[in-house]
Design a protein around this ligand. Structure first.
Ligand code: NDP
Length: 348
């Protein structure tokens, strides 16, 4: 039997603490025996995502997410290959994905929510199931279509924060494909700004760590902001909202700048910003991709088509080895990724 290892939650960072690699531990574990109705799979790729930060707390503060248990394998998005099956719909050799994949090299996975990967969409790039053709891609596309009000020919300015990350790097490109005229990305390094401008076709890039965000936005958005894809919240988003137009739209995707703070979601805004939203009739409803599962298939087909046509570029940062999963998560939370942060665990 092959050796088996898993990455467990070793200790919690505390609701106001930054996650650290020491919060995780990788250890040997037993090799699973597949039970009736279940599937035994070898893990190929794991996803680390910002929402996992609340699963590190005892209380996630969210009705749809349960806390990770101490000394148990963490779980999240994963891709693997079936090596044994006692379920009629899955067979050895099938490539599969689920949102509740254990951080473990070989595991028994439950068929509920297990999705077979269509080779015509993924080709040999199975990790796309965790990024552009998975939850982040769907979030970017459905978020824009449901909340962005992007109208071709309307000369709109679209701003995205967290712009070099998994959702953000796609959102800026998708907004262009959907018809926005001026695409502006906000992110945390010069390297990321260059990527946005030189590779991903953004018109302007703002480095929030070194630039005066308000001044740079004024230059980049002379006609004001029509849609804002908000991945980060906090001061950056307050600055953007102050430059938004009458009747414009915030796609309230995430608020990563406060994920290490014990505040409700979405966190309360300063009165001045709340007043602006009201006076200018700016929409800002919470967006949650889990509420649009019926749009997943259709959005995957659209995104795959754009990728195949060369219209949508996909960036990934790949970390090697299950023992690095915790570090990959911690690094992503601090901006160590360009595009989707992925852990490569094994080849098929
Ligand atoms: P990313 O790939 O964008 O990784 C997170 C990025 O956040 C980092 O790379 C870092 O980039 C940036 N960041 C970290 N801390 C801060 C900070 N204090 N201020 C500004 N930027 C910061 O992650 P995802 O694309 O997976 O997720 C992006 C957002 O979308 C998150 O808020 C997430 O919760 C949300 N989300 C929401 C979904 C929904 O259904 N609503 C679904 C999926 C994601 P940098 O170097 O630029 O700082």
């Amino acid at each position: 039997m092959p050796r088996n290892r898993r990455t467990v939650l070793a200790c919690r960072p505390g609701v106001n603490g930054e996650p650290r690699p020491e919060n995780f531990r990788t250890e040997d574990c037993g090799y699973p025996v597949v039970q009736d109705g279940k599937v035994l799979a070898k893990t190929l790729f794991l996803s680390v995502d910002p929402y996992m930060r609340c699963r590190m707390n005892e209380d996630t503060g969210s009705h749809y997410l349960s806390p990770w248990q101490l000394d148990h394998a963490c779980e999240g998005g994963g891709v693997g290959v079936v090596i044994d099956s006692k379920h009629k719909d899955f067979h050895p050799g099938d490539y599969v994905e689920t949102w509740v994949w254990p951080w473990q090299e070989y595991s028994q996975v439950s068929p509920e929510g297990l999705r077979k990967l269509d080779p015509t969409l993924f080709g040999s790039r199975l990790s796309l199931a965790l990024g552009a053709l998975g939850m982040p891609g769907a979030t970017a596309l459905v978020g824009i279509r449901e909340r962005g009000h992007v109208t071709p020919g309307a000369n709109q300015t679209f701003v995205v924060s967290g712009a070099a990350g998994a959702c953000g790097s796609l959102a800026g490109q998708i907004a262009r494909l959907e018809g926005a005229a001026n695409i502006v990305g906000i992110c945390g390094s010069e390297e990321k700004c260059r990527l946005l401008m030189e590779e991903l076709g953004f018109d302007h890039a703002v480095n929030y760590r070194t630039d005066n965000v308000a001044d740079r936005l004024k230059e980049a958005c002379p006609r004001g902001v029509d849609s804002y894809f908000d991945n980060v919240g906090g001061e950056i988003s307050e600055t953007v909202i102050k430059q938004m137009n009458e009747g414009s739209h915030v796609i309230l995707c995430g608020q990563i700048s406060v994920y290490n703070k014990d505040v409700p979601y979405p966190p309360p805004l300063p009165q001045e910003v709340t007043d602006i939203l009201k006076e200018r009739n700016i929409t800002r409803e919470r967006f949650l991709i889990m509420n649009y599962l019926d749009k997943f298939e259709e959005s995957g087909i659209q995104l795959a088509k754009w990728i195949q046509e060369g219209k949508l570029k996909v960036k990934e940062t790949v970390v090697e080895g299950i023992e690095k999963t915790g570090e990959a998560f911690v690094s992503m939370m601090k901006g160590g990724n360009v595009g989707k942060m992925i852990v490569h665990v094994a080849d098929p």
